[in-house]
Design a protein around this ligand. Structure first.
Ligand code: E4P
Length: 217
């Protein structure tokens, strides 16, 4: 499973790259707003840092506007993937951009049938939002399982990119279901590395090491 980092914060991207845990990046308007920077500056910087896929989201909601923004962002680098919302106009834009050779990530997916439509439109990635479904007492990972099964049934090439990841169990379940990608906040990447028995074991090893006679010089 590929690890994308879900952030527009260049500092976090650099930290994930240093760990070898940044196969790509996903941004969205809310993540960009948190940086306090202009999106084009941020995107230019990310393109310099990350060779893997970088999702840049359109904010237009009409077909022509999505195409205009998508074609513009696509010029920033060949690894730029255009992120389009899962609405009817968005599906039209997916088909056109895909036909033009631009990769598209269809975002704000909350049901397996929405994911089926995105695949039929030719999306490169589908982003099911698991955390936001869990937030309203629906089972986000069950949706991912259904999408994986449907895509396998028909051999769709669209990659399942698990989004709205909130904690390590989402990552575990995504991997068990065979999702292609999980896009993960940097804080969750650090949480994945942690285990209390690792910390306790390390503490004991270091304490015992103090009792070992040291070679005299
Ligand atoms: C990723 O593509 C999404 O924009 C992101 O994962 C949404 O996460 P959130 O539901 O935690 O805002």
């Amino acid at each position: 499973m590929k690890f994308f980092i879900d952030t527009a914060d260049v500092g976090e991207i650099k930290k994930a790259l240093a760990l070898g845990l940044c196969d790509g990046v996903t941004t969205n308007p809310s993540l960009v707003a948190k940086t306090g920077r202009g999106f084009e500056d941020v995107l230019k910087e990310i393109v310099q840092l990350v060779p893997g896929p970088i999702s840049a989201e359109v904010t237009a909601t009409d077909y022509e506007g999505m195409l205009r923004e998508g074609r513009h962002y696509a010029k920033f680098g060949e690894q730029v993937v255009i992120k389009v919302p899962l609405i009817v106009e968005g599906l039209r834009a997916v088909k056109t951009l895909t036909d033009e050779g631009t990769k598209v990530n269809v975002t704000l997916c909350f049901s397996p049938v929405q994911a089926l439509l995105a695949a039929k439109a030719g999306a490169t990635y589908i982003s099911p939002f698991v955390g936001r479904l869990d937030d309203i007492s629906q089972d986000g990972m069950a949706m991912v399982g259904d999408i994986v099964q449907i895509y396998r049934n028909y051999g769709f090439k669209t990659q399942v990119l698990v989004a709205s990841v909130r904690h390590p169990v989402h990552v575990l379940e995504a991997a068990k279901l065979g999702a292609d990608v999980a896009t993960i906040p940097y804080s969750v990447i650090e949480q994945l590395a942690k285990h209390p028995l690792t910390d306790a074991g390390l503490k004991k090893f270091l304490a015992d090491w103090e009792k070992v006679p040291k070679a005299s010089k």
